[in-house]
Design a protein around this ligand. Structure first.
Ligand SMILES: Nc1ncnc2c1ncn2[C@@H]1O[C@H](COP(=O)(O)OP(=O)(O)OP(=O)(O)O)[C@@H](O)[C@H]1O
Length: 314
């Protein structure tokens, strides 16, 4: 759906983005990750033409973006940024309704859309519609920013470090919500971050950038297992990669069906990650856990040997 083909961006004599090629399929969540100044934001802004590319081609649905009228292009793309960009003297409801109003939707339709989006992002109308940005917490303001980006129902969402300024707990819960939103709305998302844990948690397609170039791209597990070079390896956490991989794999992948023996005492949800399972084992000094389904029924057993990937049985 989004294709960058040998795209370069120069600012004067400096090359910020250097001959990158990248394809994002419809409904995919693509994360650009890399150290500061590597060209992530520039890449994102070239997609909605806030920045014009110098060389190469950018296509949306096979059409060069330069062929679209800028207004048509931006209407297809929501844009959410770290500082939220909310208008400080406008209420939450007015901020969210900005794009539909610019598109001259009838007032009743704008109102209905604002209500729908606030519900979608867990913002109570009664409590928040009339509040101003300075009366919101960081997490609430980010939710409003995302609601505003979704207002005209764009099929593409561009997000530039949207959760960068939040504490880790709020950040994780917004990441979780974004994944759920994505599963429900099937948007195509390009997401910029410099936080590798966030990138691994969110990405279907992970793109590692360094000094304006793409050094590796693929599924998170592929990159973790086969980093292209020492830079990617250290960015992915070096020796910590085992834990990062475990965070991406569900318990259900390594458990074995429950045998006739009585289940172990400690329990873990089948959808929990292997990393969470390891943490429970360490905390409880347990080498075995009973894996339970959503209704709390035992469905399997996970031993420490299986968790670490030993094939021979326990
Ligand atoms: N408008 C501009 N004029 C000149 N140079 C720019 C401009 N915008 C960005 N750059 C330069 O291009 C390079 C890439 O910047 P960019 O903002 O894309 O990096 P980034 O990976 O998003 O970094 P960060 O994580 O710090 O936001 C940097 O060296 C930056 O200084």
């Amino acid at each position: 759906m989004i294709d960058l083909i040998h795209v370069t961006k120069r600012f004067g004599a400096a090359t910020a983005v250097d001959d990158i090629s990248l394809s994002v399929a419809r409904g995919e969540l693509c994360v650009l990750v890399g150290t500061s100044g590597c060209g992530k934001s520039t890449t994102l802004r070239m997609i909605n033409r806030l920045i014009e590319h110098s060389d190469g081609e950018i296509h949306i649905d096979g059409q060069q973006i330069r062929r679209f009228r800028e207004e048509t292009l931006r209407r297809r793309m929501g844009y959410a940024i770290q500082s939220t960009g909310l208008f400080p003297h406008w209420t939450v409801a007015r901020n969210i309704g900005l794009v539909p109003r610019l598109l001259k939707w009838p007032a009743a339709k704008v109102q209905a859309r604002v209500e729908e989006l606030m519900a979608l992002l867990g913002l109570s109308m009664k409590e928040f519609a009339g509040k101003y940005p300075h009366q919101l917490s960081g997490g609430q303001a980010q939710r409003v920013g995302v609601a505003r980006a979704l207002a005209a129902d764009p099929d593409i969402l561009l997000m530039d470090e949207p959760f960068g300024a939040l504490d880790p707990i709020t950040r994780e819960s917004l990441q979780e919500e974004l994944r759920e939103l994505q599963a429900r709305l099937h948007k195509t998302i390009v997401f910029v971050t410099h936080d590798m844990d966030e990138a691994l948690r969110l990405a279907d397609h992970l793109v590692v950038m360094h000094q304006g170039r793409i050094v590796q791209q693929g599924r998170p597990l592929e990159l973790l297992r086969e980093p292209a070079d020492g830079f990617v390896e250290s960015l992915l956490g070096g020796e910590d990669r085992g834990l990062k991989e475990a965070a991406l794999l569900p318990v259900s992948q390594r458990m074995r069906p429950l045998g006739p023996q009585s289940p172990a005492g400690e329990r873990i949800d089948q959808r929990a990650s292997l990393r969470e399972a390891l943490s429970v084992m360490l905390w409880r000094h347990a080498e075995r856990l009973t894996v339970v389904d959503d209704d709390g029924r035992p469905v399997g057993e996970l031993s420490l040997r299986r968790l670490v990937g030993a094939r021979s049985d326990d």
